[in-house]
Design a protein around this ligand. Sequence first.
Ligand code: BGC
Length: 377
Amino acid sequence: MKTLPFLLATLLVVSGCNSTKMNEQQAGIEKTSFGKLTDGREADLYTLRNETGMEAKITNYGGIIVSLTAPDKNGTFSDITLGMDSLSGYEKGVPYFGALIGRYGNRIAKGKFTLDGKAYTLATNNMGNHLHGGLKGFDKVLWTATPVEGEEPALKLAYTAKDGEEGYPGNLNVEVTYTLQKDNALRIDYKATTDKPTVVNLTNHAYFNLAGQGDILSHEVTLNADRFLPVNETLIPTGELKPVAGTPFDFTTSTVVGKRINDSSDVQIKYGLGYDHAWVLTDSSKTSKLAATVYEPTTGRVMEVFTTEPAIQFYTGNFLDGTLTGKGGVVYQKRTGLCLETEHYPDSPNQPNFPTSTLRPGETYQTSTIYKFSTRK
Ligand code: BGC
């Protein structure tokens, strides 16, 4: 049954009230203004709150998770994501903090691919390659947001990417729904359809720091993956699926991130400046399975990542360099946050041996990822 506070908050949102207030501990969704984009359009900020008091703030600009709180072992909630205080901070340029990524998350070699015999050229925005959808990917567009009625606060974001946008073929209708579940999990459901054959790889680029401060080197990570994708100097997969056993990429048991992150005798660590690779999940089924677990010992926070996707990019914030000042005036130094981007393999459009990322008319792209929070003493 729907809770009254949830209905009330939804009704107030639907009736256009700009600053509805939810009481502490009431589940619901609240809409406020997030300011104006430089082109004059308004962006909104939606606060989703579940009954335990966990909050996710999401803007329809880029579908960005602006903040996400989770309790520590003493029940104290802190924001555990990196981001900016204002819309203009995001618009000035950030490395995809909390954003929805598309049409193709991760890299496509040299911005080129061929589909059904036709060659396509995309922007090359990263070391001569195409990264995260191009110059104006889904992280920089204004989505249409609609609160979803149901037992748990949810927000549906919709966007239609035009045929030819950023060089990709086909009008692509995308729907992403964020649901803040009762069990302290943020669920993200992705859906897309196209009117021409195209390639699709949607993900979210949240940077997590479960301590809420400092770096992520003492976070402990488990990845349910016995192989990873080695890359070349420009971070494009070589095509090999390499066993992690005996390498710094072995996270099959809980391992401190900092343990081998600087082992530059390993060429893959050298190329990535640390971890910036896709791990191939051992369970290759399309059902939702546990892909990763992160534990932060000082706060006891635990994050589990479940996904229907075949791979997960583990990126340790190697390119953060202290030039960005984020929420609350915090300077984001190298390794202030870690990303676990669930996805298809990078460069799949050019690698016939990788699971296909092609979407054809009449098919529905549908994936789901859950970030679930708990604590351990
Ligand atoms: C990429 C990194 C990149 C980061 C932010 C990650 O998904 O793998 O190489 O620096 O996104 O742009």
